[in-house]
Write a protein that binds this ligand. Structure first.
Ligand SMILES: Cc1cc2nc3c(=O)[nH]c(=O)nc-3n(C[C@H](O)[C@H](O)[C@H](O)COP(=O)(O)OP(=O)(O)OC[C@H]3O[C@@H](n4cnc5c(N)ncnc54)[C@H](O)[C@@H]3O)c2cc1C
Length: 369
């Protein structure tokens, strides 16, 4: 197994629990890649087409099933999600989405301002708010304590976990993995959950360039990077739900903080520190306009982090043509999807029939994004 983000750690835990002998290779420490900074919003709120919506909805349910068995109080936050629309056209879009999601058996309701204020006393409602929706089945995860527990579960079932240079995959030859430390790991199957680095590993294993098509992430102007701010301290009343407004996403974060993201924060891995600092201050200002409890808050941390984003915005999962012994799994919405995807992947890899649910996401399947 290559990569111990939320997806790789989930797959490793499932495979090890199924009796497979797993070696989990991670170039850093587990959970320090994209998964560490994710908003980690569990949702299938605006996902198309219908099978991809259903896959994400199954993802939300899979975490609910796993939580009681994996110390969920440390990482599982099924708190619900409030979305506020500020203009008439945003309200129209929100109402249409709620109607569609209801038809798709997904919990979604329009609520009035008094209900929203009662649900989330920390929210400063725009005056007047155009519309508010409540998605009670959604929530978020704390990925660091989660990944710690997934890796511990894999270890408890006999997995070896190698990190740093010992775990950094430098070459893949004839089903053997060579690490940067010079050791060789033999495997019947190499499962690659290396997030945005997956295309590089696929090429190391002999696949043609472009076999794992991701949205570019390392060039100036690339759209895969996102910007995350952690701000605090939060005083009373503290936000308890995940909230979206048209210009901000926010949720509680451990340590009395809020995690913030803005859809228009155009940053990439080349953005200057001065510009990042400017954006961080802007997100804090927006948060102070959106919720109470941030009167004494400052920016505690900010980070540019990169979405592993398949070109169609969905997932790529399966054995990679042209790459010996390599099974890849790379996806956007990886936090929502990991519990369910890992179950499907582990079933396939332990002799089950190819999953019909995964059929649309096989490498090489042409899809319209
Ligand atoms: C700003 C932002 C917000 C997001 N919000 C959401 C959200 O609200 N909900 C949601 O579901 N998803 C969200 N996502 C997406 C989600 O976070 C990712 O899909 C998910 O974290 C990917 O997990 P992963 O395990 O595939 O990748 P990663 O967490 O990046 O893990 C990959 C691992 O592979 C390791 N690796 C790479 N190369 C090698 C090598 N050569 N040898 C050994 N190890 C290697 C890396 O070190 C890393 O630890 C968001 C992403 C971003 C950036």
């Amino acid at each position: 197994m290559i990569g111990a983000g939320v997806l790789g750690a989930s797959v490793a835990a499932r495979l090890a629990a199924a009796g497979v002998q797993v070696t989990l290779l991670e170039q850093d420490q587990p959970g320090r890649g994209t998964s560490r900074w994710s908003l980690a919003w569990l949702n299938s709120n605006d996902k198309f087409p219908r099978p991809y919506h259903d896959l994400n909805h199954a993802g939300i349910r899979a975490w609910a099933e796993l939580a009681p068995d994996l110390d969920g109080t440390a990482w599982y936050r099924p708190v619900g999600h409030l979305e506020v629309a500020a203009t008439a056209s945003q309200a129209e879009e929100l109402a249409a989405r709620v109607r569609r999601l209801t038809e798709w058996d997904y919990p979604a309701h329009l609520i009035d301002p008094a209900e929203a204020a009662a649900l989330e006393p920390a929210l400063r409602m725009p005056a007047p708010p155009a519309s508010t929706a409540w998605f009670p089945g959604e929530g978020y995860l704390l990925t660091e304590p989660l990944i710690e527990r997934l890796v511990a579960r894999a270890r408890a079932h006999g997995a070896a976990v190698l990190t740093g240079d010992q775990g950094r995959v430098a070459a893949v030859v004839d089903g053997q993995v060579r690490t940067a430390a010079g050791t060789t790991v033999e495997a019947d199957e190499i499962v690659c959950c290396a997030g945005r680095w997956t295309p590089r590993l696929a090429e190391l294993a002999g696949a043609a360039p472009g076999s794992v098509p991701l949205v570019p992430w390392d060039t100036p102007g690339a759209t895969a990077p996102g910007f995350v701010v952690r701000a605090g301290p939060v005083t009373w009343p503290a936000l308890t739900h995940l909230v979206h407004t048209p210009d901000l996403a926010l949720r509680p974060h451990p340590g009395g903080l809020l995690q913030l993201e803005a859809p228009d924060a155009a940053v990439d891995l080349h953005t200057s520190q001065a510009e990042l600092t400017r954006w961080a201050a802007e997100l804090l200002r927006r948060a102070q306009r959106t919720v109470l409890g941030l009167e004494d808050a400052g920016v505690v941390r900010y980070q540019v982090c990169v979405r592993p984003m398949p070109a169609d915005g969905q997932s790529i999962v399966g054995r990679l043509p042209g790459a010996d012994h390599l099974y890849v799994a790379v996806t956007h919405s990886g936090v929502t999807l990991a519990a369910h995807l890992s179950r499907l992947i582990a079933a396939e890899l332990t002799g089950g029939a190819p999953s019909a649910e995964l059929a649309p996401y096989r490498p090489g399947t042409a899809r319209v994004g």
